[in-house]
Write a protein that binds this ligand. Structure first.
Ligand code: ACO
Length: 316
């Protein structure tokens, strides 16, 4: 048994905050932010649940799936709206989902972790799993700290998955954690994100590349056969360095960070949905997702793209 993607969706808050807006209150400049990170603007606002609901609803509607027929929803987030209950409880209720739901926190690798969990659930009896990544990093960002304020944004993305007989679309995956590095990127309860940017940068390139290579080796796929790389959207220079080392041309990469900033668990689905909606994927294309985040966690997943069956019918 494996997974099949039936639908997808994304959500961004309405409020746009540009680099020019930030330079009014911070000792920074549009030029510095673009040159060091590639980010030009980010979206701020809403709650994590609201973004997850909007993205999840879009994925359900695209796939024409009855929400009550969903067996499990996995919500990847580092910024739940409340400590208890899980943010997924609110989302489950508003979407009218059946089955169970839980939050998963693996920082910016969260969406890849959630996808791998979903695949396991589908292999062991679930028929339909909704996977969502949603974040409101603006709530844990110190807007007076130029080291972090210029980098983060809010958003959400979702995939509706169904069980498929045979191998399915997930061909290989790799999840990992080096907890000895957990102090280089952290946020206390009720506090703001603190980060040693240079150290995160160095380690990020290494773990992205190693994790991507392990995933490709597991699936016996060469990097030149990857049609689309969907990396975590933290910094364009991290992505360029990773592309370079993997031998994947930069134009084969899904990029949204210039307009979203780093949206943690939401960043990979936002970039993937953007690429799908732009018609960048054809039947059989290989898609490699790879992310890293606080912990430090990392995760990669290799998918073979299959167009979803049209007009499924709202089957239960
Ligand atoms: N505007 C202007 N100057 C700045 C700013 C700013 N916003 N921020 C820092 N600077 C200054 C620094 O103070 C430093 O000044 P100094 O040389 O006088 O000390 C100078 O710019 C250079 O700083 P560096 O840290 O060396 O800059 P770097 O090129 O490394 O870029 C950045 C910084 C963008 C943070 C980069 O290191 C990075 O992207 N790191 C990875 C961050 C990341 O991916 N975080 C998310 C992880 S995922 C998650 O879990 C949330």
């Amino acid at each position: 048994m494996g997974l099949r993607i039936l639908g997808w969706g994304s959500a961004l808050p309405e409020k746009v905050v540009t680099n020019h807006d930030l330079q009014k209150t911070l000792d920074t400049s549009d030029e510095w932010i673009v040159e060091r990170s590639g980010i030009r603007e980010r979206r701020i606002g809403d709650s994590t649940a609201a973004l997850a609901i909007e993205a999840g609803r879009a994925a359900l509607s695209k796939s024409n799936v009855d929400p009550a027929s969903v067996d499990v929803m996995v919500l990847a987030t580092t910024t739940p709206d409340q400590a208890v209950p899980a943010c997924s409880a609110h989302v489950h209720h508003e979407l009218g989902l059946g089955g169970g739901a839980f939050d998963l926190n693996a920082a910016c690798s969260g969406f890849v972790y959630a996808l791998v969990m979903a695949n396991g659930l589908l292999e062991t009896g679930a028929n339909r799993v909704l996977v969502v990544g949603a974040e409101t990093l603006s709530r844990i960002t110190d807007w007076d700290d130029r080291n972090t304020a210029v980098l983060f944004g809010d958003g959400g993305g979702a995939l509706m998955l169904e069980r498929e007989a045979g191998e399915g679309q997930l061909l290989g995956w790799d999840l990992g954690l080096d907890a000895s590095a957990r102090e280089i990127l952290q946020c206390d309860l009720g506090g703001f994100v603190q980060m040693d940017g240079r150290e995160v940068f160095k380690r990020a390139v290494r773990v992205l590349v190693d994790s991507a290579k392990r995933t490709l080796a597991q699936a016996k796929v060469r990097s030149e056969d990857v049609k689309l790389l969907v990396p975590h959207q933290a910094n364009i220079r991290i992505i360029q360095a990773a592309c370079d080392r993997l031998g994947i041309p930069e134009e084969n990469t899904a990029i949204v960070l210039h307009k979203t900033g780093n949206t943690s668990s939401a960043s990979i689905p936002l970039a993937l949905v953007d690429a799908i909606d732009a018609g960048r994927l054809e039947e059989g294309d290989l898609v490699l997702m790879t992310g890293f985040g606080a912990g430090m966690t990392w995760g990669s997943a290799l998918l073979r793209w299959q167009s979803p069956p049209e007009a499924q019918g709202a089957s239960a």
